[in-house]
Design a protein around this ligand. Structure first.
Ligand SMILES: Nc1nc2c(ncn2[C@@H]2O[C@H](COP(=O)(O)OP(=O)(O)O)[C@@H](O)[C@H]2O)c(=O)[nH]1
Ligand SMILES: [Mg+2]
Length: 681
């Protein structure tokens, strides 16, 4: 089927693990008659969870794209992983859709990580909706759940349909009002609430409504519905059961009729850089303009090469054409364009603005790179996507060089695919460290690498990346004078150091006047300072957030040479640091724990004993409590096992990097003991 942009519907299903996104995707494919039988998560037969590890564990680890046509619309449902450890992979594909739908497990409610994810979708300017799933389950308190949602998300969350017959059907409360009994509220009053909400975005409609007009024009109501979605003024709540299919077809009907097409959704703003400067470019999804696409997922397959999943935001991409990837000077041929249905690739001839398509063999593509078809001096950038900084680390132990090479390459591949996974080599410690969002994330990555290469990867607790900084301003001086045989070395430096704000890095200012240190030696002074910054001044960890101003010195016409000023710079800097109240800092993370409510006391007590500070807690529907707080990362290296033992295996936690903070004086003493910054020469 060929289609236009206005016939496209892109929707991502997001939400916590186990809420039912994958089964719901399966139910949607079945309702749309894409599949003849409905697969099951538990049997590992869904279209969406097609990776071997996903089938084996019954959890989604990667987003999958499910394209199909229904109700004259070209639809793509993006099923995303739910566990917080994979939130980077989820957030990174959201720029491909207009609407994010939060799937909530009716038996569990909304936890803090899910709330943050939903808020992040809002900050990406997406239209949002909610599906309350599993309404077939026993003992669900749907009224309580709506109250909770309205409290924690907002009063703009309103039912668009209502469960009835004990969760055996759903009744529309947006279109026609039918007088039937439902499980929670009456249809008429729910109808009034949602209409009240949407007329607020349309003055004319509001007037008609206030005049008591019974029949509001359907087209205006639909338009106002779209506008309210775009403004975040309405978040419709649907009820469904992916298990029994109740509400699934109704959701699909409403989505295809009322959710915005790429033309009607909120448009992304790209940045265009050229010699003339920078300007913003709003992409209005016009298929007749030059091509602009955004790579929202990179998948590397040992046989198929590097495939880019691309959202076209402007123009039309034709098979057989050539595109420029990012700032590449040479174009890349696009031999094939595919639409994805899970693992299946369906070849298409062209993709128009609004389409999500897969392009094989895009070997130079990287996450979030822009694909375009005009070779010019301008460089176009897609907005950066906020994914959490990976802080949870594991050091890799290699058996031999051959293995080191193999494993490193495999890990690098994952780092290209996953924007919240990193491989770093800590030269100072000769340690290869992988960083991700949590234990589960890294375990999953390693198991994938092991399965692919038939090797076992051993890991260790990595060293903590401490950092040094100074907390006061000070001055430093050094006169480096050395006579070795004939030629001597001479350089003298006066400098001042000041703390900069966190994240400020390093600034070097040259305020030397009258050439007392000749211009060619200033870089030598900076080099000396940098050597200390890299190596650390008091504990052997990188020193940062400092401004260094060189303001005076002396040179000698014969004996002054680079080495002399490097040395003088180093020592003058050390002299200043010693007086600038240096401290060692460590990473502190924000933690969110979900534990059985009766373990709350034990968990918070233990948390405090690790130096953690609890900032809040919420009791959830399923008798678990969400606890949030902050604690040094150092304490969390083995927290999984610790929390498990306190909660009898029922607790889980997620964490995110928060900031660097000074370590306790005792620890600073330990870290500093035996460290020498400058070996005596
Ligand atoms: N009773 C019931 N179980 C469901 C429903 N939807 C999903 N499940 C089950 O909940 C579990 C998690 O579902 P899944 O789709 O993998 O959740 P996801 O992590 O959000 O993708 C699976 O065992 C599903 O069979 C539902 O509507 N009712
Ligand atoms: Mg899933």
């Amino acid at each position: 089927m060929t289609h236009e942009t206005k016939q496209i519907l892109n929707v991502a299903l997001i939400g916590s693990g186990g809420a039912g996104k994958t089964l719901l995707s399966e139910a949607i494919l079945h309702a749309a008659k894409v599949t003849t039988t409905k697969g099951s998560v538990d049997a590992g037969t869904t279209v969406s969870d097609y990776l071997p590890r996903e089938k084996a564990t019954q959890h989604s680890f990667n987003p999958s794209f499910l394209s199909f046509s229904f109700n004259k619309k070209q639809c793509t449902i993006v099923d995303t992983p739910g566990f917080h450890d994979f939130v980077g992979r989820t957030l990174s594909v959201l720029p491909s859709v207009e609407t994010a739908v939060l799937v909530v497990d009716a038996t569990a409610g909304i936890d803090t990580s899910t709330l943050r994810l939903f808020a992040a979708a809002g900050s990406q300017d997406l239209c949002r909706a909610i599906i309350i799933n599993k309404i077939d389950a026993d003992n669900v308190d749907l009224e309580g759940l709506i109250d909770q949602i309205q409290q924690v998300v907002g009063s703009e969350c309103l039912p668009i349909n209502l469960p009835a017959g004990g969760g055996s059907k759903v009744i529309d409360c947006f279109g026609e009002v039918t007088e039937v009994d439902t499980d929670i509220d009456d249809v008429a009053s729910s109808h009034e609430k949602i209409i009240d909400q949407i007329v607020e975005v349309d003055e004319e409609l509001m007037e008609l409504y206030l005049e008591g007009e019974e029949e509001l024009p359907e087209e205006s109501v639909s338009a106002a519905f779209g506008a309210a979605l775009r403004d975040g003024h309405l978040i419709p709540i649907f009820f469904a059961s992916a298990q029994t299919d109740v509400g699934v077809k109704e959701f699909l009907d409403t989505a295809t009729q009322l959710f915005p097409s790429p033309l009607a959704g909120n448009h992304p703003t790209f940045t265009v850089r050229s010699a003339k400067g920078e300007r913003e470019l709003v992409l209005d999804q016009d298929s007749s303009k030059p091509l602009l696409g955004q790579a929202i997922k990179i998948a590397i397959d040992p046989f198929r090469g590097r495939m880019a999943v691309v959202r076209i935001h402007q123009g039309t991409l034709k098979a057989g054409s050539q595109v420029y990837v990012g700032d590449d000077r040479k174009p890349t041929k696009v031999p094939h364009i595919y639409r994805l249905v899970g693992d299946e690739q369906v070849e298409i001839k062209q993709a128009v603005a609004g389409d999500i398509c897969a392009l094989p063999r895009m070997e130079t593509s990287t996450y979030n790179c822009v694909l375009h078809d005009t070779k010019g001096d301008e460089s176009v950038r897609a907005p950066s996507v906020d994914v959490p900084t990976p802080v949870f680390g594991r050091a890799i132990r290699f058996e031999n060089d051959n293995e080191a090479q193999k494993i490193s390459e495999a890990l690098q591949t994952v780092a290209i695919e996953d924007p919240s996974f990193r491989v770093v080599h800590v030269a100072a410690l000769n340690e290869t460290v992988i960083r991700g969002l949590g234990e589960l994330h890294l375990r999953e990555v390693l198991q994938g690498v092991e399965a692919q290469h038939g090797i076992k990867v051993a890991t260790d607790i990595p060293s903590i990346e401490y950092k040094e900084t100074i907390t006061a301003s000070a001055e430093g001086h050094n006169r480096h004078k050395k006579q070795t045989g004939g030629a001597g070395q001479f350089g003298e430096v006066y400098l001042r150091i000041e703390p900069m704000e966190r994240g400020g890095g390093f600034e070097f200012v040259d305020k030397v006047v009258g050439g007392v240190i000749p211009g060619q030696f200033i870089p030598a002074v900076e080099k000396g300072v940098k050597q200390i910054l890299d190596k650390g001044a008091i504990s052997g960890h990188e020193l940062q957030d400092v401004r260094v101003t060189v303001y005076d010195g002396k040179h000698h016409p014969v004996d002054s040479k680079e080495i002399a000023f490097v040395q003088a710079g180093k020592k003058a800097f050390m002299d200043a640091v010693a007086k600038a109240r240096p401290i060692v800092m460590e990473p502190v993370v924000s933690v969110n724990m979900n534990v059985p409510s009766d373990c709350m006391g034990d968990v918070t007590g233990d948390f405090a004993s690790m130096g953690g500070i609890v900032s809040g807690s919420t009791v959830l529907q399923d008798s678990t409590t969400d606890i949030s707080g902050q604690v040094p990362l150092r304490e969390l290296q083995q927290y999984h096992a610790r929390l498990s033992s306190i909660t009898g295996g029922k607790g889980s936690y997620t964490m995110e990097f928060s900031h660097y903070a000074a370590v306790q004086p005792q620890l600073q003493k330990e870290l500093a003991s035996g460290f020498v910054a400058i070996e005596e020469d």
